[in-house]
Ligand binder design. Structure first.
Ligand code: ADP
Ligand code: MG
Length: 593
């Protein structure tokens, strides 16, 4: 067992939540539903569950579940709290995120992504394992938190009806004021930079490391710089590196997505650089497309970022945009439920036994978005009738923690006798890109990539990468030689194992198509039949369903071959709409369907 550090205990007592603990516990005891609002850094997420545990309010075998919109937050906070409790992570304090469960039946404080808690409700609509559920970061308005609020309230009344132990529901939210309560004063002036996503961050990490090396050689005034990326697709232990205090005499530079905006605290930050942009996934009900787009942040987010510079010792935030840009920003970000595809949510709710068309949402999503979602599930064969009911296929689909269209690919691949290959491709698409491209070695990287390239498209290319990876006896050097991310491949392998386990439970037949990868593309078509684009006379592409102009992303193996008909996995908007992860489709496959 790990001993809790006395210094940490002192830090805990200095947090505002500690000062108000009596009142907090009193109110929580009195009310079964409560909203708690406090500044970022005041100790809500880390302290309140521990206070509840020591008060015994969670009851004998009851668990306190705290939900987070992001995986990185759930993992890093659980780790911090285990440390504060002086216990091994996964024992009394644990976490559960998609594809990774670090908890046991002894776990009393469990941090979960909101999506995982929705899955818990699919397993047991009463949420009986939990005596207290805390919906954290409610101000972020992630679609799963919004859904969870309705689901948890439903569990509350179900338990009341059945005279079971009451379920306490706490909703926690940060005020939009900056974090006033950061007590520890930064040891060496660490820097936090907000960027948009993995690719941008990895490129910046590379550049910053080179600059840092240069500085070390030439300058004596600057302390050596340690550079850390932070984004949710980064493997957990790498994410956690960014949280470690910088060694004495060193300076830390963290390049992060908006994950460091409110949900996690990185100690020691004194300077913040805010680029004013964020990458968001937006669903267009009219076009039916999910688009990843870099957008301006809202004013509220800009202030949150500023606040991460710490108030104790004078911190600084550098905004790389003008005052005019700031004035043009929206006051608040748009809740995800109003801008995302609801097909997955609708399927989850139906599996819990709730009809999305009548569900009690905090902010009702647009009616068309609900209709599109149900329509999409009907098309996939997951629901039928009005009000919509889950079909047998839909029930199986709800078992998989994937976009329903991806799950459909898996189920279709059973018919096409290529589940093995489909599992691989879906697992690889679930994580971040496995290809690396160091700016200094771009050409070698492209040459390496060409070795895996398939004329059939990027999905078969991914399959080739995975097959090569599995065949390699020395995985790390093999990845290095082939310009591939060993950790992203490792993650995909893990995800694949989990998906294979679910397939096993659903009794799906695990066949392999070997070299006949046409059947894999046919399976992809069954799940992603809305994602097709056709070559025009003028060499541009239009999406088949909505005639939207699009282009093939330069990273695709089909970038130069320009096939007549392509299936795409996602659309990235950077000025133009680019299609990513494509497969060649034969038009006869569509007409015969
Ligand atoms: P809130 O949820 O109110 O934003 P938290 O409970 O997340 O606050 O954090 C409370 C305090 O705990 C922070 O201000 C910080 O001092 C400390 N803290 C939290 N996580 C870490 C960590 N990973 N490393 C160091 N300190 C941390
Ligand atoms: Mg918090």
């Amino acid at each position: 067992e790990v001993k809790s550090n006395p210094n940490i205990q002192q830090q805990r007592k200095a947090l505002p939540v500690y000062k108000h603990r009596k009142r907090l516990l009193e109110e929580i005891r009195k009310h079964n539903s409560l909203i708690i609002i406090g500044e970022t850094g005041s100790g809500k997420t880390t302290q309140i569950p521990q206070l509840l545990l020591s008060s015994g309010m969670q009851g004998g075998s009851g668990c306190i579940g705290i939900t987070q919109p992001r995986r990185v937050a759930a993992v890093s906070i659980a780790r911090r709290v285990a440390q504060e409790q002086g216990v091994q992570l996964g024992s009394q304090v644990g976490y559960c995120v998609r594809f990774e469960d670090v908890s046991t039946s002894d776990t009393r404080i469990k941090y979960l992504t909101d999506g995982m808690m929705v899955r818990e409700a699919m397993r047991d609509e009463n949420l009986s394992d939990y005596s207290i559920i805390i919906l954290d970061e409610a101000h972020e308005r992630s679609v799963q938190t919004d859904v969870l609020l309705g689901v948890a309230r439903r569990a509350q009344s179900l338990r009341k009806l059945k005279s079971q132990t009451p379920l306490k529901l706490l909703i926690m939210s940060a005020t939009m004021d900056a974090d006033k309560f950061r007590k520890e004063s930064p040891a060496n002036e660490d820097i936090l930079v907000f960027l948009t996503g993995q690719e941008e961050i990895e490129a910046a990490v590379m550049t910053a490391r080179q600059v840092a090396k240069q500085l070390e050689k030439t300058s004596e005034v600057h302390p050596p710089l340690k550079v850390f990326p932070l984004y949710s697709a980064l493997p957990t232990h790498q994410q956690l590196e960014a949280f470690k205090p910088s060694p004495p005499g060193m300076r830390k530079l963290v390049l992060s997505t908006n994950v460091a905006e409110t949900s996690v605290t990185i100690g020691g930050i004194r300077h913040v650089i805010d680029t004013g942009v964020v990458k968001v996934r937006t669903h267009h009900p009219t076009t039916g497309l999910d688009v990843l787009r870099v957008e301006n942040i809202s004013k509220a987010q800009a202030w949150q970022r500023t606040g991460r510079a710490g108030r104790e010792s004078p911190g600084k935030c550098y905004r790389t945009y003008t005052n005019n840009d700031f004035e043009r920003m929206k006051e608040m970000p748009v809740p995800e439920i109003q801008r995302c595809s609801l097909a997955g949510v609708a399927l989850q709710l139906l599996a819990i036994g709730v009809d999305i068309t009548t569900f009690d949402f905090m902010d009702k999503p647009p009616k068309e978005a609900v209709e599109v979602a149900v329509g999409c599930l009907e098309k996939l064969g997951a629901v039928k009738g009005s009000p919509p009911q889950l079909t047998t296929l839909g029930k199986t689909m709800s078992l998989f923690p994937l976009d329903p269209r991806f799950t459909k690919v898996l189920l279709a691949s059973v018919e096409h006798k290529c589940l093995e290959e489909a599992l691989t491709v879906i697992a690889l698409l679930s994580g971040e890109s496995v290809f690396t491209e160091p700016p200094a070695k771009r050409e070698q990287a492209h040459a390496a990539r060409a070795r895996f390239a398939s004329m059939e498209g990027d999905h078969v290319t991914l399959l080739n990468v995975y097959r090569g990876y599995m065949g390699a006896s020395q995985k790390k050097p093999w990845c290095h030689d082939n310009f591939l991310h060993p950790r992203n491949l490792e993650y995909a392998t893990e995800v694949r194992k989990q998906l294979a386990g679910l397939a096993e439970r659903a009794n799906l037949e695990r066949a392999s198509c070997g070299a006949n990868t046409e059947s894999l593309r046919k399976s992809l078509l069954e799940g992603l039949s809305d994602n097709l684009a056709e070559l025009q006379r003028d060499n541009t592409y239009l999406t088949l369903s909505t005639r939207q102009p699009v282009a093939i992303h330069p990273s695709s193996t089909l970038h130069t071959s320009r096939p007549q008909l392509v299936l795409f996995t996602e659309v990235v908007a950077t000025g133009r709409c680019y299609l990513r992860d494509l497969s060649v489709i034969d038009s006869s496959w569509i007409t015969t369907k």
